[in-house]
Design a protein around this ligand. Structure first.
Ligand code: 13P
Length: 252
């Protein structure tokens, strides 16, 4: 199955509007000769309508870092899938571990957010991953099983055709500690088989599974060489376009 590599930058709560525009414009220039890689950047909600026109017609796409599952209403401070889609943005990150950890995001919420994103025509990137304690207690697969099964509950595979999964071990995020090759290989293989059991193996072979957690120019190549790794979700190293382009052009 030919899965086009997908390299995404999660800018988290960094960059003002003007800074985001400058970074996006620089990245577009650097990406001019990128071959066979889809690139996505996720700035703050405020920068989304500013940078989406800057990348239009290029291989760089944009996405939001979160959304609220209601379409509209009295939900102070929230942003809906329709509002994100109206900026021209194509993607949305759902269930990032920082949302689970600091903002009480549950698998039930994740499921509702997935539903509303698909309904609005946004392509969801579902983040999953275990904490250090869970790994040490050998609960990694149990945790991933629950996050995937509960997050994707009640969907048919036809609704999930644009789904991207991102395995981000919480202990590897922003720590400089990347999961080792065996750990990544084992989990990605497990995740594809799990999606195969929940839906079908044909569907599982079509969806892309990204790795995230301290991805940098120095380790992207070996990560991308792992059979079931179809791309990366990059935090810190995506903020600097000169660094991020080295990750995007991992194949050179
Ligand atoms: P770092 O690349 O900074 O570890 O962050 C990973 C991440 O959380 C991407 O969503």
């Amino acid at each position: 199955m030919n899965r086009i590599p997908f390299i995404a930058g999660n800018w988290k709560m960094y960059k003002t509007g003007p800074e985001a525009v400058e970074t996006a414009e620089r990245l577009v220039t650097l990406c001019a000769d990128v071959e066979n890689v889809e690139v996505m950047i996720a700035p703050t909600f405020l920068s989304l309508p500013l940078i989406t026109p800057c990348v239009k017609g290029t291989c760089v796409k944009t996405g939001a870092q979160n959304l609220y599952f209601e379409k509209e209403g009295a939900f102070t401070g929230e942003v809906s899938a329709e509002m994100i889609r109206a900026t021209g943005s194509e993607y949305v990150i759902i269930g990032h571990s920082e949302r689970r950890q600091y903002f009480g995001e549950t698998d039930a919420n994740v499921c509702k957010k997935l539903k509303s994103s698909i309904h609005a025509g946004l392509k969801p990137i579902l983040c999953i991953g275990e904490t250090e304690i869970e790994r040490n207690e050998e609960k990694t697969f149990q945790i991933l099983d629950k996050q995937v099964s509960d997050g994707l509950k009640s969907f048919g595979s036809d609704e999930l055709k644009d789904l991207i999964l991102a395995y981000e071990p919480v202990w590897a995020i922003g720590t400089g500690k990347t999961a080792n090759i065996n750990q990544v290989e084992e989990v990605h293989q497990y995740l594809r088989a799990l999606v195969g059991r929940l839906f079908s193996m044909d569907f599982a072979c079509r969806i892309r599974i990204l790795y995230g957690g301290s991805v940098k120019p120095e380790n992207i190549r070996e990560l991308m060489n792992i059979k079931d790794v179809d791309g990366a979700l990059v935090g810190g190293a995506s903020l600097d376009p000169e660094k991020f382009i080295k990750i995007i052009k991992y194949y050179l």
